[in-house]
Design a protein around this ligand. Sequence first.
Ligand SMILES: [Zn+2]
Length: 390
Amino acid sequence: MAKLKGLNNNHLKTNNRGMVLRTIAGGRHSRTDIAQNMGLTKMAISKIVGELFDDGYLVEKEADPTAAVGRTPVLLGISDSAPLAIGVYVARSEIRALICDLRLRTLFEEKTELRGETKDTLMQKIFALTDAAFAYLQKNRPENRLLGVGVSSISPLDPLKGRILAPTNFYGISDLDVVKEIGDRYGCPVYLDNDMNASALAESIYGIGKKYDSFLYLGITNGIGSGAILDGRPFSDHSITVGEIGHMCINFDGPLCFCGNRGCLELYSDINVILDRLRRETGESTLTPHDLERVSKKPGCALILRDMIDKLSVALINAVNLLDTQCVVVGHEGAFLPDEYLKMLENKINRGILAAQYKTVEVVRSTFLDAAPQLGGACLVLDRFFSGAN
Ligand SMILES: [Zn+2]
């Protein structure tokens, strides 16, 4: 179980308050459980909890009656008046905006399809969705504090400059100063990161990643990317190209990739490549990732999926050897791979890693399936709040 590192130091009061909130928001509800998870005394936790009650962030929850042996502990929950975050997800074919509470429950969500956009029309569409989110807040949650807007986007991008650089197949749009544009319009904090790091963050705070100190989120979509959580924190909050596992070479004399190298992983195993092969195999031109389970029963399709897993395992063995992660969380459209193929991937990784005798890597499905990247946008804001930044 991943442990948070609390500190008994008044100067870090804000930080500890944030971590207590994060722990409760992530599903731990008793003071004892929170104290154990953070490595703080129960007395320290009770003091922080008292302040959070005073601020209106917490409520008492009803205890689980089935667990009532002896004295039932008072359980803590997040109050409906606690702060909220807006997440914006910029994908190749659509954008989404959503409002999440501290528990990552979605209160509002809208999306718009993209086609033939320019920088200006794209920004107008982002504004239209974000305006709708602000209108929702004004009408339905006027008392809640808004923490900010988090933008989870296809990459490459520069998180520090708040700029989407030049994603491939993205209408020729480049150098979009999305953080400045949104910040100027709404006057609130705005954060940007790539959709893989944002997804990893969502898994780390709210999803299956809570169980692990270190894991790799593998997003299989139109392209393949990854986001690493190491020792409980994102590997890098500000790099332009970290996690580009889709451009890891798995065949040095393979076909040429647009990146200039040969035999990159995503040429063989991204979701579009696999769906195209499956469509040719089955004659079904409308196959989607939701059909993977069904078609995997056909022998020809099973061969295609096995080949996909072979290629993925080569890259993941390299990644695990480099990063020493405990787990690989498979997400984006890859989350629709059938269980037996995730297990196959796990077995191949565990046979291939250098530390095969000493450790076992788990391969699991993303808690949020293909919704991780949009929820991740809100998590960019929530993570900063929990870290005591705002
Ligand atoms: Zn490449």
